[in-house]
Design a protein around this ligand. Structure first.
Ligand code: HMG
Ligand code: MG
Length: 295
């Protein structure tokens, strides 16, 4: 299983309190020391829309860990240019199943966002690596349940255009395993499983169950966030991503290899949350830290 660690981007983007640049890059460095290598690290979006992400270039420049894959979320050509200027070689582009979410999130309909992605993929350097998110893949905060056929069509189109991986974004954490299975039925009919990743939020406590479904369907790429940090400023009610520690506990139990030291992730995330007055939200991490304190 390849885990992309999302705490420094999805984990922080909705916070009103200003997290210092140094704290963000240290979070990445400290998590890299636990064995995590892939990071949903920063976004290059409008600072008026998401002020917390305004220092993406500085965060990237301050990371000292080597052998890490830093991914930047870019919503348009301007974002791509900024990511390239920061020296990045891996970007994430963004669409959604629902127009209502897409318009509120990136001021573009789904159709317009697909055209933006096509332009980014066509005009980006040949050796650039692309992942694409299809947000609201099962539920939209404004439009309700989404049609899995439509999501599968978007995913197939993105892969046809040359996007290397499509991540299905369960933006508001409402899906249950039934929804994820239905989505996988349609997506895996059109897209090879090695090009599919999942990004689950845990609002309704279903993210680990949904992760099990994704694993059973053969998906081996997912996002998670240390300490369960996360949210989207344009998805009301959406809480954190599935916690990296909870995913690691699950993978250990299932005998799936991942190369990450769970106790290290829990220590780093717990300290980060204490330092910045944030709620530490990994159940497995809390249990591990409590057991250690009792020893
Ligand atoms: P817009 O207002 O339509 O943009 O916003 P515009 O092209 O009209 O430009 C307006 C101003 O923004 C201009 O500046 C541009 O230069 C500037 P001004 O002339 O007013 O000074 N601008 C930029 N500045 C920096 N970087 C850029 C950029 N682009 C324009 N890239 C836009 C359109 C896409 C920019 C805006 O809607 C935006 O930034 N949205 C991002 C919202 C966001 O970050 N949402 C959270 C991430 S998505 C997510 O979390 C979901 C995910 O986790 C998966 C899941 O959970 O499902 C990935
Ligand atoms: Mg998200």
């Amino acid at each position: 299983m390849t885990i992309t660690e999302s705490s420094s981007r999805d984990g922080l983007q909705s916070l009103a309190a200003d997290i210092p640049t140094k704290s963000k890059s240290k979070l990445i460095d400290d998590l890299a020391s636990t064995g995590l290598t892939s990071f949903d690290a920063v976004s290059f979006v409008s600072p008026k829309w998401v002020p917390q992400m305004a220092d993406g270039a500085e965060v990237v420049a301050s990371v000292t860990a080597t052998d890490v894959d830093l991914i930047a979320l870019v919503p348009n050509m301007r974002g791509l240019e900024n990511a390239l200027e920061a020296g990045l070689t891996h970007v994430a582009v963004l669409t959604a199943a629902s127009d209502a979410f897409s318009e509120r999130n990136i001021n573009a309909t789904v159709d317009e966002s697909m055209h933006r992605i096509r332009r980014i993929v066509l005009e980006g350097p040949e050796d650039l690596r692309f992942r694409a998110y299809v947000s609201t893949a099962t539920h939209c905060p404004y439009e309700g349940e989404q049609d899995p056929d439509w999501v599968a069509h978007l995913a197939e189109t993105l892969v046809d255009w040359g996007v290397h991986e499509v991540f299905l974004g369960e933006t508001i954490g409402k899906a249950t395993p039934t929804h994820v299975n239905r989505l996988m039925d349609e997506v895996l009919d059109l897209v090879p499983v090695d090009k599919v990743g999942v990004h689950f939020h845990d609002t309704y406590g279903q993210a680990i169950a949904n992760t099990v479904v994704a694993l059973e369907r053969g998906v081996d790429k997912m996002d998670s966030s240390a300490g369960g940090l996360g949210g989207c400023p344009y998805a009301p009610g959406a809480s954190g991503n599935v916690a990296t520690e909870d995913v690691l506990w699950l993978l250990d139990g299932l005998g799936v290899s991942h190369g990450v030291e769970m106790a290290g992730v829990a220590n780093v995330a717990h300290r980060f949350c204490s330092d910045h007055n944030l709620v530490y939200n990994s159940r497995a991490g809390r249990a591990l830290l409590a057991a250690r304190d009792e020893e």
